[in-house]
Write a protein that binds this ligand. Structure first.
Ligand SMILES: O=CC(=O)O
Length: 353
């Protein structure tokens, strides 16, 4: 009698929809356990269902730690997160157990770059207060006034008006954002990045300059210089202990009064109370945030929600059909590769992180 092959168990912590789930259901050797909703399953469900799993697909809001790995047991070979960020996964525990980690870079670089620029423009041009005027029915009384709701011009006003775009983190998303800002007429770029290797910085700077001939400056700088020089400052770096509250009172006090700050990375990079104070006291002009420390538990009482010149959106930086379906597809491909013991499409080199 032919031996019946044992199916591999995979756990998917929420329903990834009709474009993605069939990629799993069509695999005859898989036993797919999925939380049947598009909203979060909660850790209790994951802990209960992950027992004996060979692989899992998880989301960025799920803390994947020793408790989850212990609940899974020794079969777990691959964790596939449907996100580019992976600060929610305990890498030490993962490495200890020899489990592979896949993520979903690249496919979201353009959507996140688009939403980053959107947030900068919205914050700079007072969009929150302006839409409030309309939505609260105040337009008839407000009428039109020459200087009402004015803000700084977000693109240069003349050839002598030299603008600098700054980045915390200078990876693929930041570079896609830079390309858009060059379109607006920005000619200087300063950044801080994880790598401190001068040869690597030189190589990046040469590549970027060759790609964008109108840029006069691309320069890795210290945080203080970044704060002082940026007209628009984008935070597009990984979360985690290394970058925790990198934007704090000291940093914010050095910014230009007309500057706009955008956080489209992780909430933990910014001290929210310090940013609210900075906006209130006019240390910078405005802020656009897609991510906030403590999300999604952000209510109308949050100091940044109350700030008129802070535009906040609920972690939707990559929310286009193209990016999200692509991310789901890559998450499945990573999972399948991990189960097959072949290189993942996008693998986080856990030992190097
Ligand atoms: O925040 C979004 C992601 O990490 O993909």
């Amino acid at each position: 009698m032919a031996e019946v092959q044992k199916k591999l168990k995979v756990v998917v912590s929420l329903d990834l929809g009709p474009e993605v789930m069939p990629l799993l259901y069509n695999q005859p050797n898989l036993d797919v356990v999925v939380w049947p909703h598009e909203s979060a399953s909660g850790k209790e469900w994951l802990l209960k269902n992950i027992a004996g799993a060979d692989g899992c697909i998880i989301m960025l809001f799920e803390k994947i730690d020793a408790e989850v790995f212990d609940a899974a047991g020794p079969n777990l070979k691959v964790v596939s997160t449907m996100s580019v960020g992976y600060d929610h996964v305990d890498l030490k525990e993962l490495a200890k157990r020899g489990i592979k980690l896949g993520n979903t870079p690249d496919i979201l670089s353009d959507s996140v770059a688009d939403s980053s620029v959107m947030l900068a423009l919205m914050a700079g041009r007072n969009t929150k207060q302006a839409t409030n005027v309309v939505e609260k029915g105040e337009w008839p009384g407000w009428g039109w006034s020459p200087y009402g709701l004015c803000g700084p011009q977000m693109s240069p006003n003349s050839p002598q008006d030299i603008r600098t775009v700054g980045f915390i983190g200078f990876g693929r998303i930041a570079q896609a954002t830079l390309a858009r800002m060059i379109g607006f007429g920005y000619t200087r770029c300063v950044y801080v990045a994880r790598s401190k290797d001068p040869a690597r910085a030189k190589e990046i700077e040469q590549t970027i300059k060759a790609r964008h001939p109108t840029l006069t400056t691309v320069q890795r700088v210290e945080l203080d210089q970044l704060a002082r020089e940026s007209d628009v400052l984008y935070i597009l770096a990984p979360g985690g202990p290394e970058t925790y509250h990198i934007v704090n009172e000291t940093f914010l006090k050095q910014m230009k009064k007309t500057a706009v700050l955008v956080n489209n990375a992780r909430g933990t990079l910014v001290d929210s109370d310090a940013l609210a104070k900075a906006l209130k006291e006019g240390w910078l002009w405005g802020a656009g945030v897609d991510v906030v420390e403590g999300e999604p538990n952000v209510t109308v009482d949050h100091p940044l929600v109350k700030e008129p010149r802070c535009v906040m959106i609920p972690h939707i930086g990559s929310a286009t059909w193209e990016s999200r379906i692509g991310m789901g597809t890559i998450a499945v491909q990573n999972l399948l590769a991990g189960l097959a013991g072949i290189p993942l499409v996008a693998e986080v080199q856990v030992s190097k992180v």
